[in-house]
Design a protein around this ligand. Structure first.
Ligand code: SF4
Ligand code: SF4
Length: 328
């Protein structure tokens, strides 16, 4: 994989969102069916495919300190997904009634096929959700975006990553000169009436109420029409670090935590990735684990409809525990 630290726009220091925990013991998350303690590992059945994510490729104009997919201006571990390769997955998703196609990267607007692929998605009647940093790559496509907003209205939503409501924390994660450009991109989207959302992250010592209040002040100050109190419009994510210790999820955890496997992301979504060196795209269990062969679900959506075994630290920290603890 290409070195990310060589990117000239990479942040200089450690991520402000770093997880503080001991190193993950090697014996954990090593067997798909059993935990290190010998308990049956939990799995999540696919209930229905509500969102099919298309990963447009890992190349990005930024190299954020803790980007979970390790994107950067030089990392093409996931190559650009072509429109021709995406089309059969759109056919399959259409046939099973999937309502939403999500686009994530990297930065989707860097993929040369992205705009035609997005137009095709909307023309087929899907809703489209784009995750973008709203910086220069997006701004190069203003005319196409305005046209699509005219034609498809709120069926097109753009979710902009703004890691924190302060410039200092955002730039510590995303690199110097990343704040004003992102705010400007958000203002452009807001001014032009796009269906808009923001993705932020939780600092270890900041409560959700404080985060939302901070974003509300920021949005009011900059005339950005996003309701910081609406969890669908300001999405706040817990942290992930696959090298840090976390409890494994057993079949008993659902009851102990009062969680329903149907509410976990991989019960309702899958992601298409095209890994460098492979002839065709593949389907992964979710957006969070694109490289682990244990989470490669197959070549088609049909093949990928079997249950997912929660054999990865992200399953525990990000999806099931999310800050809670499971004593099993
Ligand atoms: S903008 Fe997103 S995809 Fe790009 S490096 Fe940052 S977190 Fe990763
Ligand atoms: S991280 Fe694990 S539990 Fe979460 S959506 Fe992905 S596969 Fe499912």
């Amino acid at each position: 994989m290409a070195s990310r630290s060589k990117s000239r726009n990479a942040p200089a220091g450690a991520s402000p969102f770093a997880v503080e925990a001991a190193r993950l013991p090697e014996e954990k998350f090593s067997d798909p069916d059993w935990t290190a303690k010998g308990e049956p590992r939990a799995s999540v059945p696919l209930v229905q495919l509500d969102t099919l994510w298309l990963n447009t490729g890992t190349l990005c104009n930024l190299a954020c300190a803790s980007c979970y997919i390790e994107s950067s201006p030089t990392n093409d571990a996931l190559v650009y997904l072509s429109h021709a390769h995406a089309a059969p997955f759109l056919d399959e998703a259409g046939a099973i009634g999937t309502p939403e196609i999500g686009f994530t990267g990297g930065e989707p607007f860097m993929n040369p096929d992205f705009v035609p692929m997005l137009a095709d998605t909307l023309e087929r009647g899907f809703e489209a959700l784009i995750l973008s940093n709203a910086m220069k790559p997006m701004r190069r496509h203003e005319a196409a975006l305005l046209d699509m907003r005219e034609r498809f209205g709120d069926r097109l939503t753009i979710r902009v990553s703004l890691d924190h409501h302060t410039k200092a924390v955002h730039e510590a994660e995303r690199g110097p000169r990343s704040w004003e450009v992102a705010i400007d991109g958000l203002q452009w989207l807001s001014r032009n009436g796009f269906s808009l959302a923001v993705a932020g992250r939780m600092l270890p010592d900041e409560s959700e109420a404080d985060e939302r209040a901070g974003y509300a002040r920021l949005f009011a100050e900059h005339d950005i029409a996003v309701d910081a109190g609406d969890p669908m419009r300001l999405v706040l994510f817990p942290e992930m670090d696959e090298d840090k210790d976390i409890a494994e999820i057993t079949t008993a955890c659902w009851q102990i935590l009062g969680q329903d496997p149907k509410d976990i992301m991989c019960a309702t979504s899958r992601m298409v990735v095209h890994r460098k060196g492979e002839p065709e795209p593949r389907v992964t269990a979710c957006t969070l684990i694109p490289y682990d062969p244990g989470f490669d679900m197959g070549a088609t959506l049909d093949e990928a409809s079997r249950p997912v075994k929660l054999n990865h630290p992200h399953c525990a920290r990000f999806c099931v525990l999310g800050g809670a603890s499971c004593s099993a």
